[in-house]
Write a protein that binds this ligand. Sequence first.
Ligand code: FAD
Length: 390
Amino acid sequence: MQRVVIVGGGVIGCAIAYHLAIHPLFDGTVAVIERDPTYRRASSALSASSIRVQFSTPVNIALSQFGWSFIEAAEQDLAVDGQGPALGLQAPGYLTLASDTGAAILSDNHAVQLAQGGDVALLSPAEIGARFPWIDIAGVAAGALGLKGEGWFNGPALHMALRAKARALGVLFRTGEVVGFTRRFGAINGCELSDGEVVAAECVVNAAGAWAGQVAALAGVDLPVRPRRRMVYIFACRTALADFPLLIDPSGLWVRPEGPQFICGFCPEPGEDEADDAPLEIDETIFHDRLWPVLAARVPAFEAIRLTGGWAGYYDMNLWDHNGLLGAHPEEPSLLHAAGFSGHGLQHAPGIGRGMAELIAEGRFRSLDLSPLSVERLARGERLVERCVI
Ligand SMILES: Cc1cc2nc3c(=O)[nH]c(=O)nc-3n(C[C@H](O)[C@H](O)[C@H](O)COP(=O)(O)OP(=O)(O)OC[C@H]3O[C@@H](n4cnc5c(N)ncnc54)[C@H](O)[C@@H]3O)c2cc1C
């Protein structure tokens, strides 16, 4: 009987555990080892919980499409003792605005999204203005609006529902920090915890999120995943703005409603990224000096807003090409990875969990070909570049 041990009990670890527990060909045991069951610093608890098909890579679009259908069915499929989770899925879409320089890329991405069955409309500035009269379209050459399968949901509730369902299906959740691996005939056969205990396993999965590079290093693997701080600001605006989507400005700023307020953030410029251990605090000066002027220029009603709070979390950044890394590194075949999702791991967790369960139980990705995300591309020196990372 195969014993699977998953390092990290965030949404990715829980999704893998759940999908293994329901896989018809898997008859082993699953244990998830999580060092902090309060998830205080886990990305799954600190995300903006949004989901989109507006990616440039077919595999990312397909993962989002599966994620959406999974979330829609979660109330039934993840119910425990007849009680299903309320995930609050909302579908106002993403509206990606492009300037003259970005319009051709927006149009190329749109073609990829259509080919994947995405329901995304390309809009002219006049059409954007007519549909969203509260937007100032100055400097906008085109926009892409998701008409279906895009919006946001309660991410922490999805994480907790996957965990509760996995537990109900027999997955063991243990508190502990993995500090090393044990080996037999060179192959990893267990995880060593900080209290000295060893958890034996035939299969170990690294799902340690932003810390996956550190866990990989314990096995001598150089996985280019690092914690990168991202800040989310909450603000209040008195004016009602109808049908507000998740709006992405050509500057890289994004903003969307969150209950009666709004949340926003931004994508740092290349080279602007911070150290691995940047403190998980927001920098208010950035909001006032940098984001507010852009917000007010794009949406004049945002001239009069009030910063009410915010939070910071770590993106699980894959420095190689900003995309997930799945499976074993050729130099260490006895350790599987599911990490490096670079800010889109929550929406992709259902599909990643299903794919990793198939890889473990059947030796291949069956439902959806996730091989473009294979770790082997590192050794081959290939990049799978996703152009739509925010
Ligand atoms: C500000 C922000 C906004 C985001 N917005 C979105 C969004 O809108 N949509 C989206 O899809 N994604 C978004 N993301 C990304 C998403 O949150 C992550 O990709 C996803 O949560 C990664 O899940 P995970 O389980 O891999 O990592 P985590 O949730 O971080 O879980 C990893 C776990 O591993 C544990 N761990 C680490 N090392 C060890 C060890 N040695 N031993 C035991 N346990 C260990 C940690 O304690 C942690 O709980 C956002 C992220 C941030 C920070």
